[in-house]
Design a protein around this ligand. Structure first.
Ligand SMILES: C[S@@+](CC[C@H](N)C(=O)[O-])C[C@H]1O[C@@H](n2cnc3c(N)ncnc32)[C@H](O)[C@@H]1O
Length: 240
């Protein structure tokens, strides 16, 4: 889908996005984000950029694990999604583990990030790179702004390997999830039908690893989670 279509889709569901994520994933979404933070080896002083941050859940998961000397920026090109994230920052002086006060959100296209080369220790993306119009260009841009030796972490839906589980899961993913998602968000454009369609077209774990390596990343590892519904890929930017 082109950038304008993506912006329109997410602006229409922004208000319901967090609730539906949590409901439709049976609250596994938070577990997957925390795992992503863990495998990207964040330190209390890390500088993190979370692209396609949407309502900021992955950015905030990083914040929860960091100290006051670290910083987290969440960027996205959909204002309505970012607005939900910004509200959380104001409200979340109450968030118990939010130790990193240096968390900010800003509007930016992942394909043309407004940062200098070699800026961030970790550049992450959760359920977002699948929506970027040019996957390879998106990963290259994430890699450009990471420091040498810095990590790129990608959390994304993938296709379960076990054929029995896969057929049951696809029944839910292709039929139940779009129906419930569209009903609750009152979306008439079948926004939640886009999710399974885009996942089916997305590269599998090995193919995504190969793309990351082409983009200049080394030591790329991936971890399948929850019967392979999602995978977390982590790679390092080459030191030279
Ligand atoms: C499924 S949401 C993911 C939100 C969040 N990262 C999460 O973990 O739930 C995908 C987000 O990617 C954003 N997005 C897609 N393409 C983008 C691009 N080229 N630049 C910036 N944001 C983009 C959309 O606006 C949307 O907020």
């Amino acid at each position: 889908m082109q950038a304008n279509g993506i912006k329109k889709l997410f602006s229409a569901i922004a208000r319901h996005y967090d609730f539906l994520n949590s409901l439709l994933s049976l609250r596994f979404d938070g577990v997957w984000r925390r795992e992503t933070v863990k495998v990207s080896c964040v330190a209390p002083t890390s500088k993190v950029l979370d692209v396609c941050t949407g309502t900021g859940e992955l950015a905030l998961a990083y914040s929860d694990k960091m100290g006051v000397e670290g910083s987290v920026i969440g960027s996205d090109f959909c204002f309505e999604m970012l607005a939900v994230g910004k509200q959380k920052l104001q409200r979340d002086s109450s968030r118990p583990a939010l130790s990193c006060r240096n968390t900010n959100f800003l509007a930016a296209d992942t394909l043309t990030l407004p940062f200098l080369d070699n800026t961030f220790d970790i550049v992450s993306v959760g359920f977002g790179i699948r929506n970027v119009a040019d996957l390879e260009m998106g990963i290259r841009e994430m890699t450009r702004v990471a420091v040498r030796g810095g990590r790129i972490a990608i959390l994304e839906f993938t296709q379960p390997v076990n054929p029995v589980f896969r057929s049951l899961y696809y029944l839910y993913f292709r039929k139940v999830l779009p129906f419930v998602g569209n009903c609750i968000s009152r979306n008439k454009d079948n926004a939640y039908g886009y999710l399974p369609r885009s996942v089916m077209q997305f590269p599998n774990c090995d193919a995504l690893k190969a793309v990351m390596e082409r983009c200049g990343l080394t030591d790329v590892q991936f971890y399948r989670k929850t019967f392979g519904i999602v995978a977390i890929h982590v790679g390092k930017k080459r030191a030279s």
